[in-house]
Design a protein around this ligand. Structure first.
Ligand SMILES: [Fe+2]
Length: 264
């Protein structure tokens, strides 16, 4: 099982503050069944500028400590980049760590309240550069959650989606949980991450949430873990065809509501 999004690297951002906490988070992950974890410290201009070289060094060091204390967890380099107009230029300069340093996929974060006016152009520019944006926890964005057809719009424009396990389980409240389930039901989720920051509330577990996704997607050929394994190997991912943008998403949403509420 692969965790696509975590803040486990010690002392880099608002995640694990020290090695002791990072190791405790690793133990929780292994106990949950996670064997591979992409470490995705924040890159936020002006506050948390964790660049590619720094992350590579920290991952190597952390992996060495994990082996020393006999924790069987493979850690891969990644980054959660707060989307800005400068993101493509920084990527071009080699400052930003792509998923597993393969140069093919970039985990990007939007503000929680809105989709900025520059987002569409920046996401397009990344695609033109040959890098596929993976939107981190879109279900937590208030604007997207209020207009689920926008999720579809992003996927139709070539973005991939990563959901937080905690969103599915209700960690961030009912509205986020509802948005998470709309994404899952409509086949708009490609990856799952713990977004683990600590050993408590936002921790490094995804098993329960992954079971929920699999229950919804039973019988489908493409699995979340299948997508994850392809992307960490730098393979191009052709996701299942999303529902047409011309389709009546709002009707789909209405239909989903019944399913969602009966499921909760
Ligand atoms: Fe995160």
């Amino acid at each position: 099982m692969l965790d696509f999004h975590s803040h486990i690297l010690p002392g880099l951002d608002d995640g694990a503050p020290d090695m002791e906490t990072a190791l405790a988070m690793a133990r929780i992950a292994v106990e949950d069944g996670i064997t591979t974890m992409v470490a995705t410290p924040h890159f936020i201009e002006g506050s948390m500028e964790n660049n590619r070289d720094l992350i590579l060094g920290k991952v190597t060091e952390f992996q060495r400590v994990l082996y020393e204390v006999n924790i069987l967890l493979k850690v891969l380099p990644g980054c959660e980049v707060f989307l800005s107009p400068d993101t493509p230029a920084r990527l071009q300069k080699g400052e930003l760590m792509t998923v597993n340093n393969k140069g093919k996929h970039l985990l990007v974060e939007l503000p929680l309240q809105c989709v900025p006016s520059y987002a569409e152009q920046v996401l397009f520019d990344l695609k033109v550069m040959g890098v596929t944006p993976v939107i981190a926890h879109p279900e937590r964005n208030v604007e997207l959650a209020g207009k689920p057809e926008l999720f579809l719009n992003l996927v139709n424009r070539g973005c991939l989606m990563q959901i937080n396990g905690g969103s599915i389980n209700g960690l961030y409240g009912k509205k986020v949980q509802k948005a998470a389930r709309i994404l899952i039901i409509n086949g708009l989720i490609h990856f799952i991450g713990s977004d683990g920051h600590s050993c408590n509330r936002r921790t490094t577990r995804i098993r329960k949430a992954l079971d929920t996704i699999e229950k919804f997607r039973a019988g489908q050929k493409n699995t979340v873990m299948g997508y994850s394994n392809k992307v960490i190997n730098g393979e191009d991912l052709i996701p299942i065809t999303p529902i047409s943008i011309d389709g009546p998403m709002i009707n789909i949403w209405q239909k989903c509501k019944e399913k969602i509420w009966s499921f909760l």
